[in-house]
Ligand binder design. Sequence first.
Ligand SMILES: *Cc1c(COP(=O)(O)O)cnc(C)c1O
Length: 414
Amino acid sequence: MNSNGEYDFDDHNEQSLWESIGFLKKSRSFATKSIHMDRKFEEFESSSTLSLINLTSTYKLFEAHNPSSYQYSRFGNPTRNNLEKCLASLENAKYAVTYASGLGAQTAIISTLKRGEKIVVDFDMNFDSIRLFKNFTSNMEMEIEFVDFTDLDGLKNAMTENVKLVWMESPSSRTMKVLDIRRIADFVHENLPNARLVVDNTILSSYLQCPLEFGADVVVYSINKYVHGYSDVVMGSIAVNDDKIHEKLKYHQGAMGIIPSPFDCYMVNKSLKTLSLRMDHHMKVAYKVAKWLERQPQVDLVLHPALQSHPQHDIACRQSHGHSGVFAFKLKNPENVENLLKNLKIFLKVESIGGFESFMRRAEKVDGLKIDENLINVSIGLEDADDLIEDIQQAMDGGSKGNDENGNNKLEFY
Ligand SMILES: *Cc1c(COP(=O)(O)O)cnc(C)c1O
């Protein structure tokens, strides 16, 4: 109740926590759009309140020369179009295009370059993207340079005339590095008007950050992480405002055959309806676990952008509405890392992020990049915070705690 005796929703709203930390106020209507956007499409001519799956591969041509009518599913499918409209709406973007995977989306973007053109990449990238950049750009005789975008000097030196794409992940999935999107976008556009800034926004989703609003030209996603979140679809997407870039990327989707299936599009459309709820829970639990870890004597460092101690905390607050379930930490004694991971009962030790189940593993080592191999990457799922804290506690204590009177570990769910 507030002083007027009215029920004050803000008292019970997660948002007040994130605003009090200093993050941007959340944009209105995200949840409403995620639930109702797909009803606006008349293509299905149905009174169904849920969007339908259209599995057809070939369509009858009623008007032979109407380019907007469906012809062949690789070039257009109503279920896929429906999802793309919903994704664009949640991003406040003019267009979204979906692909067979996150790397499929990246392939479509890289394929807009010609021989001899160059991509400059912030080196703190996920391993799969680095492999794609390293192995395939050289086959296509493109130039690639990895630099640190934290200060603009590295980028300045790499900005030769042939640069067409500048590519970054923020926050980065490995070290939680946050880059100033507006500052980098302005710098890129001032130096090379034809270069485009690509931001991988997989770690936050459009619920927490919309890079186009800070000057990025292309936003790219691995949808299977937070956007879908149910660990049973592989898909990627891009969001853009520019008509020309959209035209190229849409063409690559069909002409290169990097399309998601209509069934997967249906699944993602459905999962969008719980995206805001899932993110609120990931955010709240991860923040609680990170704050708890920060107080533990065995812990040396916790890297979570919502913590005051994070080196780019202020930048994170300026450009996002909060932080998801992904963070990293370090133990004081590196010899204990293996035991901690071995003793965990709830956390899965797999290489993924953004699912409903919590993950923990050592940071991936990448050739030529300075990654502290004792850094531990965490992705908090949708479990109860206290169970996750109890699991980490017992794992740090040697795995003996948490047993009930019969010697069974009550955290052993598998
Ligand atoms: C997983 C991931 C990718 C790769 O996407 P896929 O869907 O696995 O092809 C790209 N960027 C980030 C940040 C990721 O986590």
